[in-house]
Design a protein around this ligand. Structure first.
Ligand code: ATP
Ligand code: MG
Length: 286
């Protein structure tokens, strides 16, 4: 057999099967002069390419902290986070975060300039290519007509779309979203969930999505990691790809929501089996 050309890799089925992100027994702490706060305790999960992976748990269980650790802003005090096998030690353009507050868009830049900014600042693209790519993603989120508008003239939902277009324009390996729709009214929030799913159908990006809404987790995610109250530990992981916005209010959907609620909040009860839980797959980790 011929040896592979220099600089080329041999196709390796093990490497191909590798997770995009591996979070391996990760504990995260905040150290203040007075005390140490443990935000998560030995949390493990893996995100595969094109997953819509949701971190779900009560307020204070460490969801945002975990997301920031995957982004590289916080280092684990125990365990390891890997992106395609490489230990995450710092933030990078391969992981882009969309936060809850959309007023992070610089108001003196137009919508298009906002989307172009990171592409130019990181020297990812030259001006003309950056403009083309910005317009491409603005079109994807339905904002092509607002490319030259300023952020203060946009609604909350439109600002959310700009933030998503800006993140996707960087073509990151993974998009990290921390309660991105929490500040929106209920109807706009639902619309944004729908648009996010349609966008995913088209672009097939990998998503790590934080929420404390069980409904939102079931709609947005294909896999949901359930975290215990503070400090966050893994309670279970469920597969939820059978649900979308059309499932809302359905009998099965509501039953799953109730079961997730029980898994999240019933302490000291023996875990149920996957069959009883009615998910296509469930991994309990008490
Ligand atoms: N900068 C900080 N300094 C000290 N402790 C912090 C800091 N940020 C968060 N914490 C603590 O870490 C724990 C996890 O916080 P985190 O913000 O990750 O929770 P969360 O699951 O995102 O909650 P929420 O749903 O309310 O956003 C909490 O107990 C919180 O008080
Ligand atoms: Mg949070």
């Amino acid at each position: 057999m011929n040896a592979p050309l220099q600089g080329h890799t041999v196709s390796n089925p093990i490497a191909a099967a590798q997770a995009l992100v591996s979070v391996d027994k990760v504990s995260l702490e905040y150290r203040t002069p007075q005390r140490v706060v443990r935000a998560t305790h030995q949390v493990s999960f893996e995100i595969d390419p094109a997953d819509r992976f949701v971190l779900l748990g009560p307020s204070g269980c460490g969801k945002s902290t975990l997301l920031k650790a995957v982004a590289g802003f916080i280092q684990p005090c125990e365990g390891e986070i890997r992106l395609q096998g490489q230990t995450v030690t710092a933030p990078g353009p391969d992981r882009i975060v969309v936060f809850q507050e959309f007023d992070q868009l610089p108001p003196w830049k137009t919508v298009k300039q906002n989307v172009m900014f990171a592409l130019l600042a990181s020297k990812t693209l030259k001006r003309q290519e950056a403009e083309e790519r910005a317009l491409y993603y603005l079109e994807k989120v339905g904002l092509a007509a607002f490319a030259d508008a300023y952020p203060h003239t946009l609604s909350g939902g439109m600002k959310a779309r700009v933030a998503i277009a800006r993140a996707l324009a960087m073509q990151p390996k993974i998009l990290l979203m921390d309660e991105p729709f929490a500040a929106l009214d209920a109807l706009t929030r639902r619309k944004m969930q729908e648009e996010l799913l349609l966008l995913w159908e088209e672009v097939r990006f990998t998503l790590l999505f934080v929420t404390h809404s069980i409904e939102e987790a079931l709609v947005v995610g294909n896999r949901i990691l359930l975290l215990s109250p503070h400090p966050g530990r893994v309670r279970a992981e469920v597969h939820s790809h059978q649900y979308d916005l059309h499932s809302l209010g359905g009998v099965e959907f509501q039953a799953s929501a109730r079961r997730i609620h029980r898994l999240l909040f019933d302490e000291g009860q023996s875990p149920q089996t996957g069959r009883e839980l009615d998910f296509s797959d469930v991994r309990i980790a008490y």
